[in-house]
Design a protein around this ligand. Structure first.
Ligand code: ARG
Length: 459
C-alpha cells in the first residue's frame, strides 16, 4: 500500500528493508510531547493569521490533546510504516478528527518540524543537566564545609607534592562543575531560536507569524534564515560538547574516588548504597558507580564525534542523514543525567577518613617546600640554594627512614648551620596549609571564603 502522507506520486509502497532503514519511530517517539507542543503552537498561529478556521484549529487542539493523553497512557499504537513521530501523531489526529487534521501541515514541513521538536528536547536536557550539576555542587560544598581544614596530600604526578585541605580539593570540582553549568547556559542562550516556519527550506508563501510561534514555544526569536534553520544541528553538537567536557570532569572525580576508596589509600569510605560486592570475595566493596561514571565519557564523547561525522560535508539544506542525530543525543543525555545523579549520591554519602588523610598528608616529605621557603624567609638564602639544602635534608631523612620533623636540630645544622628551632613550626602539615593564604590557595580561611561565595551564588 502507498504511503498516506506522500504516496501520491508513487505506484508501489516501500520494500520492507526500505521501511526498516527509513523509520525513526523506534527512537524519535521520545519527541512526542515536543511534537504535539509544536503542532499546537503552529495551529494556533495558523488560525490567528486566518490561514485555517478557528473551528479547525479548535478541533486540531482537542485532537492533539487526545493523542498526547493516549501516548502518555501507553495506549498509542506506533507504526513503523508511518516512519516517525511526526507522521504517527498526524495520522492518529486524522483518525480522531478527520479532515481538519490535513490542514495542520499548512505552511510547515517535517524539516522545520523536527528541527523545532529536537531543539525543544535538547533545551529541556540542558536545563536538566544544569539542575544535576547544581545538586552535585551542593553535595561537594557540604563535603568541603565539613572538612575545610582537614589536611590531605596534594599530588602532582600522583606523587605526594604539598599538603592541601580536603575542602580545597572538593572546591576544585565545584569550580569545574560551575564552568560546565556556564557552558550549558551559553549553549542554551545560543540555541534558543525557533526554526518553525522555515518550512521545507525556503520559507512559505502563507502569511505566517513566526514571532508568535517562537514566543509560544519559549524561544527568544525565530531563526533568521530558513535554510540554516532546517540544516544545522550545531545546537545538538554544542550540547554534546558541553556534555563531553562535563563527563570528562565527572570521570576525573570518579577516578579519584576509585583510588581513594582502595585499601591502599583509605581516604574515603563509600556508602553501601553506592557500592557493590563480589560474588566470590566476601571482603569486597567495589566502587562500581564511580567506574561506570569514569567510562561514560567514552559514549558521550563518542556521540559528539558521531554527530560531527554525520553533519560534516552535508550540503544544504536537509538530508536524511540528519535523522541520525537523535539516537546519539538521546544516549548521551540519558547517560549524562545518570552519571550526574550517581555522582551526587556518591559524594553526598561518602565519608572522608580524616585521620588517614592527615597521616598521608604528613608522609612523603610533603612539607619540604615549606622548609625551603623558611630558609629563604628566615635565613635569606636564595631559593635555589634553599631548594638544595632541603633536598639534602630530605635525603638524610629518607636514609634514616624518618620524616623531616623527626630530624634533630643537630642533624639539620650539619647541613646548614643557620637553621634554628623555629624551623619545626613550618614542618607541620597544619601550619603548611594555613600559610597558603594567597587568593585561591588551600588555607582553610581561603577555602571557607570560596565556600561562602559559592553558597551565595547557588542561592
Ligand atoms: N524523521 C525525520 C528526521 O528525523 C523527520 C524529517 C523528515 N524530513 C524529510 N524530508 N524526509 O530527520
Amino acid at each position: 500500500t502507498q504511503n498516506a502522507m506522500w504516496g501520491g506520486r508513487f505506484a508501489s509502497g516501500p520494500d520492507a528493508i526500505m521501511e526498516a532503514i527509513n523509520a525513526s519511530i523506534g527512537f524519535d517517539r521520545r519527541l512526542y510531547a515536543q511534537d504535539i507542543q509544536g503542532s499546537r503552537a503552529h495551529a494556533a498561529m495558523l488560525a490567528a493569521q486566518g490561514i485555517i478556521s478557528d473551528t479547525d484549529a479548535e478541533a486540531i487542539r482537542e485532537g492533539l490533546l487526545t493523542v498526547l493523553s493516549e501516548i502518555e497512557a501507553g495506549k498509542f499504537a506506533f507504526s513503523t510504516a508511518l516512519e516517525d513521530i511526526h507522521m504517527n501523531v498526524e495520522a492518529r489526529l486524522k483518525e480522531l478528527i478527520g479532515e481538519p487534521a490535513g490542514r495542520l501541515h499548512t505552511a510547515r514541513s517535517r524539516n522545520d518540524q523536527v528541527a523545532t521538536d529536537f531543539r525543544l528536547w535538547v533545551r529541556d536536557q540542558i536545563d536538566a543537566a544544569i539542575s544535576g550539576l547544581v545538586a552535585l555542587q551542593r553535595a561537594l560544598l557540604d563535603q568541603a564545609e565539613a572538612g575545610a581544614d582537614w589536611v590531605m596530600p596534594g599530588f602532582t604526578h600522583l606523587q605526594t607534592a604539598q599538603p592541601v585541605t580536603w575542602g580545597h580539593h572538593m572546591m576544585a570540582y565545584v569550580e569545574m562543575f560551575g564552568r560546565d553549568v556556564g557552558r550549558f547556559r551559553d549553549a542554551r542562550a545560543r540555541m534558543n531560536e525557533c526554526p518553525l516556519g522555515a518550512a521545507a527550506l525556503a520559507g512559505t508563501s502563507f502569511p505566517i507569524d513566526r514571532r508568535m510561534t517562537a514566543g509560544e514555544l519559549g524561544f527568544d526569536r525565530p531563526m533568521a534564515n530558513s535554510l540554516d534553520a532546517v540544516s544545522d544541528r550545531d545546537f545538538a553538537l554544542e550540547f554534546l560538547a558541553a556534555a563531553s567536557i562535563c563527563a570528562m570532569h565527572l570521570s576525573r572525580l570518579a577516578e579519584e574516588l576509585v583510588i581513594w576508596s582502595s585499601a591502599q589509600f583509605r581516604f574515603v569510605t563509600l556508602s553501601d548504597r553506592f557500592s557493590t560486592g563480589s560474588s566470590i570475595m566476601p571482603q569486597k566493596k567495589n566502587p562500581d558507580a564511580a567506574e561506570l561514571i569514569r567510562a561514560k565519557i567514552g559514549r558521550i564523547f563518542g556521540a559528539n564525534v558521531a554527530l560531527m561525522m554525520v553533519m560534516k560535508g552535508l550540503p544544504l539544506a536537509y538530508s536524511k542523514d540528519m535523522q541520525e542525530d537523535k539516537e546519539q543525543v538521546f544516549d548521551a543525555a540519558d547517560n549524562l543525567m545518570l552519571a550526574l545523579a550517581a555522582m551526587e549520591g556518591m559524594v553526598r554519602d561518602m565519608t572522608a577518613n580524616r585521620e588517614n588523610l592527615e597521616r598521608a598528608a604528613a608522609a612523603g616529605f610533603s612539607t619540604a617546600t615549606d622548609l625551603a621557603d623558611w630558609l629563604v624567609r628566615a635565613l635569606g638564602l636564595p631559593f635555589r640554594e634553599a631548594h638544595h639544602v632541603t633536598g639534602r635534608l630530605v635525603a638524610m631523612a629518607e636514609a634514616r627512614g624518618c620524616d623531616l620533623p623527626d630530624l634533630s636540630l643537630e642533624d639539620m645544622r650539619s647541613v646548614h648551620p643557620g637553621i634554628t628551632q623555629d624551623v619545626y613550626d613550618v614542618l607541620g602539615v597544619h601550619n603548611s596549609v594555613a600559610s597558603r593564604q594567597s587568593y585561591g590557595g588551600t588555607a582553610p580561611d581561603q577555602v571557607r571564603a570560596r565556600i561562602a561565595e559559592w553558597r551565595e551564588r547557588l542561592e
